[in-house]
Design a protein around this ligand. Structure first.
Ligand code: FAD
Length: 233
């Protein structure tokens, strides 16, 4: 879909953890927004200032989009997100971005998320399993503590319903292992992926984590282009 200027109204705001908020936006113009799971919208704050927010919901509900933000960075985007209330009108451009799952790709996906980097991956996984994705998939998800593992219950529910789905959450505070996302996820990927044959990876979070995880996979023989990534910070 070509990106376009959009208008929507805040329908609900939920606090998923002390610093992570979710908002539902009912589309007004257009009345429904077609997008691919993993894409994002761009919220304007001035002529050259925008913040990107991935769509946490799935393409199956094009009339109400859910966004989810970590508001701890406390900059202009976080303050905007914190101030949203039901009834507010919001404007943004979308859908944008190429961090999307290629359904025709027969390889087994490995999803790797650092903290709020889970948002586009939550959309992809929910959409894939809701629409009959039969193949195995693995999710490695790291956060500083259990409060920051948003959507954890949903992934545990996917595990119960789909034997092919493997979920590996990890938090810094309860393990004696590495205490940052880059080290934690690089170690997890090293352990979870003994063999990169017929693998494709979707990695989202901070830049240093993306580099570390990609290095691990490339060292095992995966071609760089098979590591798809979205850098949030
Ligand atoms: C394609 C794309 C999709 C994105 N989707 C989301 C999303 O779904 N949810 C979301 O919360 N954010 C998302 N982001 C990040 C978002 O656009 C903002 O950068 C974020 O909300 C912080 O904006 P800010 O104005 O509050 O702080 P800024 O003033 O922009 O940032 C302050 C500092 O914090 C760093 N930072 C930003 N976010 C984080 C973080 N989560 N953890 C650690 N450091 C961080 C920045 O690099 C900067 O150094 C996305 C970014 C991109 C590029």
């Amino acid at each position: 879909m070509k990106p376009r200027e959009c208008r929507a109204r805040v329908e609900a705001v939920r606090r998923l953890s002390p610093e992570i908020l979710e908002v539902d936006l009912r589309m007004e113009e257009p009345a429904a927004l077609e997008f691919d799971a993993g894409q994002w919208v761009s919220v304007p704050f001035g002529p050259k200032t925008v913040r990107a927010y991935s769509i946490a919901s799935t393409p199956q509900s094009p009339k109400v989009l859910t966004l989810c933000a970590d508001v701890a960075p406390a900059g202009i985007g976080s303050e905007w997100f914190r101030g949203l209330e039901p009834g507010d009108q919001v404007r943004f451009k979308g859908p944008l971005g190429g961090f999307v799952f290629t359904r025709a790709d027969p390889r087994c996906p490995l999803f790797v998320a650092e903290e709020i980097g889970i948002v586009p991956i939550r959309s992809m996984l929910t959409w894939l399993y809701a629409t009959g994705f039969g193949r195995p998939a693995t999710l490695a998800y790291w956060a500083r503590d259990p409060d920051w593992l948003v959507y954890d219950a949903e992934f545990r529910s996917l595990v119960r319903r789909y034997p092919g789905f493997a979920y590996h959450p990890a938090v810094a505070s309860t393990s004696d292992g590495p205490s940052d996302g880059a080290s934690g996820l690089a170690a997890a990927v090293d352990r979870l992926v003994p063999d990169v044959t017929r693998r494709v990876a979707y990695v989202c979070g901070g830049e240093s984590m993306i580099h570390r995880v990609r290095d691990v996979l490339v060292a095992k023989g995966l071609d760089r282009k098979s590591v798809k990534w979205e850098k949030f910070w």
